[in-house]
Design a protein around this ligand. Structure first.
Ligand code: NAD
Ligand code: ZN
Ligand code: ZN
Length: 389
């Protein structure tokens, strides 16, 4: 089959790889009809995710048709149309039972390696390095889905791929970011990053009852889309974000602040690069404000900082004194997608949101490598890319 494979920093190729096979009784094989490129894939593209191996198949936002099932794939049948959560989870372990699927203690065969770096191991993810299971990803014609009796959600007949696809990741992620904010009537939520995740967070904050959303970025098309979603927008290259948020909130700060940016694309591959990134951020060597530092300072006393932007490794010079003296709550996670799926599927079915609004580019798998460059460099008004294998 054809698949997008990683060969190093800024080197993604569309090439032939072996077809996936059923390996475990709970597996299913999906013929991928749509898959997307995520901001998290850009960390891989930019070489800041450690333990990527040459030829790894990438991608973790995928949906399609079931073409083969193992002997214990539950009620999943050949011909079913499903969306696949990017988090691989067994549904039965200590963490899965509590709804913390991205902490599944069975789905990451690389857990020893992960524990050495992170203290404990998170769940396995599709197409996201040999720290997170080494699973082949979904930017491919076919995808092996482990624990298929538990993870994938069936898509109703009338729903398009474009409406359903983002249940795999960015809709639950944006929604979780807003959910973490424990939004009360009258609340103002500030959101850093108007990429696909930030856009989903903006819409979700309103779905959950926010009165105002202040969205921050510098790319005009993205700020424009944020305004269409009801947000007031700030450009971090033109305005002092701290001063503006204080102006807009009577000097108190936002009730909650969401980081939908995470690690910036930088440098070469490996864990060293992640540490280097910290040095750069510490000394403000980049021309961008430090998102997390800003988010902490802009949160009102006893407010919440909600972090969904991905940080691969370490981060330094976080103003922790500000956080403790002012009673801030920090919430963050790789999204336990499975725990949000039923309610978010319902919101799409009810017409409360159509997540396809974020798509700007649709292309073939062969065009994937070029579109990585387009999306990474925010060229051509690109906000979200969907590929049709
Ligand atoms: P993206 O790269 O398209 O969007 C990031 C946006 O942040 C860009 O528009 C960029 O201009 C903006 N930005 C950069 N520096 C900024 C600053 N200082 N202030 C304000 N905005 C700034 O990526 P995306 O797909 O929207 O993903 C966003 C983040 O969410 C990534 O780090 C991704 O890895 C992460 N993510 C996390 C999860 C999870 O489970 N927690 C899931 C999906 C994505
Ligand atoms: Zn993602
Ligand atoms: Zn589990």
């Amino acid at each position: 089959m054809k698949a997008l494979t990683w060969h190093g920093k800024h080197d993604i190729r569309c090439e032939s790889v072996p077809d996936p096979k059923i390996e475990q009784p709970r597996d299913a094989i999906i013929k991928v009809t749509s898959c997307a490129i995520c901001g998290s894939d850009l960390h891989i593209y930019n070489g800041v995710i450690p333990e990527m191996h040459s030829c790894d198949v990438i991608g973790h936002e995928a949906m399609g048709e079931v073409v083969e099932v193992g002997s214990e794939a539950g009620d999943l049948k050949v011909g079913d149309r499903v969306v696949v959560p990017f988090t691989i989870a067994c549904g039965e372990c200590f963490f899965c039972k509590r709804g913390f699927h991205s902490g599944c203690e069975r789905s990451n065969p690389d857990s020893d390696k992960a524990s050495k770096i992170w203290g404990n191991s998170p769940a396995g993810l599709f197409g996201y390095s040999h720290l997170l299971g080494g699973y082949a990803g979904g930017q491919a014609e076919y995808l092996r889905v482990p624990y298929a009796d538990f993870g994938p959600i069936k898509v109703p007949g009338g729903m398009t791929d474009e409406q359903a696809l983002f249940l795999s990741d960015i809709f639950p992620t944006g929604y979780m970011a807003a959910d973490f904010c424990n939004i009360q009537p009258g609340d103002t939520i500030a959101i850093w990053g108007c990429g696909p995740v930030g856009q989903m967070a903006i819409r979700s904050a309103f779905l959950l009852g926010a009165e105002r959303v202040i969205a921050i970025d510098t790319i005009e098309e993205r700020l424009e889309m944020a305004r269409k979603g009801g947000a007031e927008t700030l450009d971090f290259r033109k305005e002092d974000i701290y001063e503006r948020i204080m102006d807009l909130t009577k000097g108190r700060g936002a009730d909650a602040c969401i980081d939908a940016v995470g690690t910036e694309p930088l440098m070469s591959s490996g864990l060293d690069a992640v540490i280097d990134r910290v040095k750069v951020a510490t000394f403000m060597g980049t021309d961008r404000p430090h998102v997390l530092r800003q988010a902490i300072h802009c949160t009102r006393n006893f407010g919440t900082v909600s972090i969904v932007g991905v940080y691969g490794g370490f981060l330094d010079k976080i103003p922790f004194g500000s956080a403790i003296n002012r009673g801030l709550t920090f919430r963050m996670a790789q999204t336990p997608v499975q725990s949000y799926l039923p309610q978010l599927m319902k919101r799409i079915e009810n017409g409360e949101i159509d997540p396809s609004f974020v798509i700007t580019h649709t292309a073939s798998l062969e065009e994937g490598p070029a579109l990585y460059d387009t999306f990474n460099n925010k060229k051509d008004g690109c906000i979200k890319v969907v590929l049709k294998p």
